[in-house]
Design a protein around this ligand. Sequence first.
Ligand code: ADP
Length: 477
Amino acid sequence: MKVVFASSEIYPFAKTGGLADISGSLPKEIAKKGIKVFGFMPLYKTVDIEKHKIKPINVYIDVFLNGRTYTFEVYKLIDNVTFFFLKNDELFGRDYLYGTPEGDYSDNDVRFGAFSYAVMEFIKKEELNPDIIHVNDWQTSLIPVLTYYKYNWHHVRTVLTIHNLAYQGIFDKFAIERLNLEWDLFHMEALEFYDKVNFLKGGIVFSSAITTVSPTYAKEILKPEYGFGLDGLLRKYENKLYGIINGIDYNIWNPETDKYIYENHCEYTIEKKFINKKLFLKETNLEGEEKPLFIFIGRLAHQKGIDLIKDSIEELSKLPINLAILGSGDKEYNDFFESIKGKYENIFIKVGYDEPFSRKMYAAGDFLLMPSLFEPCGLNQMIAMRYAALVVARKTGGLNDTVIDISQPDGYGILFENPNEYEFLNAVNRAIDLYNNKQKFSELQKKVMGFDFSIESTAQKYIKLYESLKYSREVVL
Ligand code: ADP
């Protein structure tokens, strides 16, 4: 079996969020099971080719769109997965992956459209002959459209994974012409979406199977509240939609070996976690080792429930807790958190993206806050539990699939239903009570550290899916 895996971000080469984590760990895990995997991503300016030993292979791909030719130079890295990086500096030699904090780049249709064509052309030129082409989110959603409609590779099966339905890649209707597509694709059953072009919609319609990143989210997106206008279409294609929970790479996220944290530990030496907390508090000028340390790490976006934190900040400052926040995202939130830096004694804020620092936070934290309004899967909660932090989260999407509330017989976290300040603060107070029950708290810490949210079981499900598609068998995951 041969699989092409295309993604707009792959860890450790480029990352803005969970998509990169999965695009790094899933192909590797699949390849470990003896499947040949070719990974593809754009070669952004921010990718450190020296560090990762990514080399040009003297292959050039020309694609024609937007009334002209774009040339991509192909770079390669051989690991257990062969990664190809497609370089065109005009399109990808920029400071950010998708846009500045002020907004998305206006030519993202051409950028990711050209990348999608280049992947197709490379597959053709190098005769990769994949059985499966697996694409991720809107950025690579044009590939199933091209596979089926433009290249007529009807024997190739395509899988689209939706990591976040909120981002669909919507452009004005003349994107059809810029992308060198035919106008007969511009109708409700294909790419058209309220008189615009919707990349993700193309992926949903033309892929052989759609997956999303947790069973709960797979159900939620069929409802208008979570469907972002595509719930009707997804209901139509429900028979090819599967929820497969993501996992984390335990080699990357391991408090026993993590070189960025203050003190390594495992579930048998959990008392060392306290050293991490102590040194973190010192580094961040927070006081009170005896108080529970809450952490928030994530994109500062409405989706993540930032408004709940923002609106409750005064209340949070009065509770017997410490709170550390690390994030960057929408300008409005960046500005807000910058503006209250240093205002409260018990709240530390860092606006920015900083992986080493995030690791120190996971290692130090007693509770991870994840008040997301919706959460397709969420990796933070899995990482946090691996580092012995309990999770306080809203009961939605992947959080619902990975956290059980302590009111349940086997519960080990705190969930709240409705995204309002009252329920959120109530959840924080429940966490404080739990923390004060020292024995129970440390029992649960040990318990969550031992969980297996590994990418291995995710990979096994994807392999089953690929095989079912290849041999036209019923999909049973
Ligand atoms: P998303 O919706 O952003 O993809 P996930 O929970 O799936 O959310 O994945 C988030 C990933 O990004 C985690 O690995 C998390 O640790 C990391 N992350 C998010 N924001 C930051 C930040 N500001 N600094 C460092 N790492 C971050």
